[in-house]
Design a protein around this ligand. Structure first.
Ligand SMILES: *[C@@H]1O[C@H](CO)[C@@H](O)[C@H](O)[C@H]1NC(C)=O
Ligand SMILES: *[C@@H]1O[C@H](CO)[C@@H](O)[C@H](O)[C@H]1NC(C)=O
Length: 185
């Protein structure tokens, strides 16, 4: 029995070794049909990260023992409740909030783990939410993050968000980021 298992194991190991230098993925036939989304919605808004003043919308909540000596702030955790507006100006119409957290999870380059809900408060999507979870390489021109779900109008939501820094003030730390979100729902 043991030798049978052993030979099975080495066969598997051999198979793994053979395919190792080939692609690590392939397209397979779906065992069952996936959901059929009805429509694709494109949302366009500005995401304001406010660090300055007495009502910051982005607060540092934790650091690890080596965060402050890390070039990428590895281990930092922050919580946000950031305004989302129609236009790039903070005084333009607020359409919702980006509520969530981010953590610095890359030791070599700036890379954040983002876990956010976009909570819409205006227009046809008022009361509905979209959940975004992904990696934000903040120094890249365009960052893409997955939309992994939603509520209300966005039930069964699937899609992606593309984020582009519009303005970043190095003195205040405030940033305006333009988001283009595409969701099948
Ligand atoms: C790192 O710096 C932040 C901000 O100045 C501070 O709140 C935190 O306590 C520091 N963390 C450590 C582990 O020293
Ligand atoms: C950047 O932030 C500083 C400090 O809050 C502020 O004085 C300055 O006007 C800001 N710059 C721009 C271009 O908004």
């Amino acid at each position: 029995m043991a030798s049978l298992l052993l030979s099975l194991f080495s066969t598997l190991l051999l198979a793994a070794t053979i395919t190792e230098c080939e692609a690590y993925s392939k397209t397979v036939k779906a065992p069952y049909p996936g959901p059929k989304p009805e429509k694709l919605t494109h949302l366009h808004f500005y995401f304001h990260v406010i660090d300055s003043g007495n009502k910051p919308t982005d607060v540092l909540v934790a650091t690890g023992p080596t965060t402050n000596s890390s070039a990428t702030n590895f281990g930092l955790v922050a919580i946000d409740d950031d305004p989302l507006t129609m236009g790039p100006d903070i005084t333009s119409d607020e359409i919702g909030r980006a509520q969530g957290m981010y953590a610095s999870t890359d030791q070599n380059k700036f890379g954040l783990l983002m876990a956010f809900n976009f909570v819409f408060t205006k227009g046809e999507f008022s009361g509905s939410t979209i959940s975004m979870y992904g990696r934000n390489a903040i120094l890249s021109k365009v960052r893409e993050m997955p939309i992994i779900g939603g509520t209300g109008a966005f039930r069964f939501g699937r899609g992606y968000a593309q984020a582009k820094t519009f303005v970043y003030n190095t003195t205040s730390g405030n940033a305006v980021v333009v988001y283009n979100v595409y969701v099948w729902h």
